[in-house]
Design a protein around this ligand. Structure first.
Ligand code: ZN
Length: 253
């Protein structure tokens, strides 16, 4: 898969360093901040929350995950603000709530777009696989030029009649000036987080992959293919499908 910036294991039981905040700087314009785990408590509920913030120039994207104590509920929020050079902008928000009951997951989603002079796109597909299992995919794109968010939310069912037993949320954030900006300040960054949620033993089993780094061009190809076919796979990113040797590997040969 991609180049892992940090195997966060955000919601895994063996979260390495999950109680430490984490800051990562990529060049001059790009940074990633991951909060430590925070404990929230109301009279009825206890939960744990993590927040991750990407910043590229004045564009930002914040992703937060809140996990209920007992593993029955999970909330993921994405809020992104992308600004162009001429006052144009896109605000994108996704709010996903997932609960577990009787070995099934019950997701509810709200998405918001607000934009000026710019574009966003949504699409939907339903695929019935051999054997009768069903994948329903919701695809959302919001961006300006070569700076964009792309989210895919998949519901997986064992058959047409059943409720979903698993939900996957993939989020990509890409910023690239590679076509037009030859200055030293150019940004070329592609980031991904994939959250897999499954009902297991009366609880939500949650795994988080990422944040991982990809070439912006690879994710542009992934976006085009996913929007064209309405099917998402992480390996649509050519760099993930055909990993190139790192510099270190080159030296070892
Ligand atoms: Zn990749």
């Amino acid at each position: 898969m991609g180049n892992s910036i940090r195997r966060v294991g955000l919601l895994s039981t063996v979260g390495v360093g999950e109680d430490q905040p984490f800051y990562y700087q990529l060049g001059r314009k790009v940074s990633i901040y991951l909060s430590e785990r925070r404990f929230l408590e109301t009279p009825n509920k206890k939960s744990e929350e993590w927040t991750m913030l990407y910043t590229v120039d004045v564009s930002t994207c914040e992703l937060s995950l809140t996990k209920e104590d007992g593993g029955k509920g999970l909330r993921i929020k994405i809020q992104s603000e992308i600004r162009g050079k001429t006052g144009d902008f896109v605000l994108y928000g996704l709010d996903l709530n997932v609960t577990e009951s009787d070995g099934r997951v019950y997701p509810t989603t709200t998405t918001d777009f607000f934009e000026k002079n710019r574009r966003s796109m949504s699409d939907y597909s339903r695929h019935i696989h051999a054997g009768g299992s069903v994948t329903v995919s919701h695809l959302n794109f919001a961006g300006i030029g070569d700076r964009w968010n792309f989210t895919v939310l998949e519901h997986k069912k064992k058959n047409e009649k059943e409720e979903a037993h698993a939900v996957t949320l993939a989020h990509y954030f890409v910023s690239s000036d590679c076509m037009t900006d030859y200055s030293r300040n150019k940004t070329d960054v592609g980031l991904s987080v994939v959250v897999k949620i499954r009902a297991t033993n009366g609880k939500l089993d949650v795994t988080v992959e990422g944040p991982e780094q990809h070439p912006a061009l690879g994710l542009r190809y992934l976006l085009q293919e996913a929007m064209r076919t309405k099917i998402w796979k992480p390996t649509l990113c050519p760099h993930c499908q055909y990993p190139v040797p790192t510099q270190h590997d080159d030296l070892a040969v």
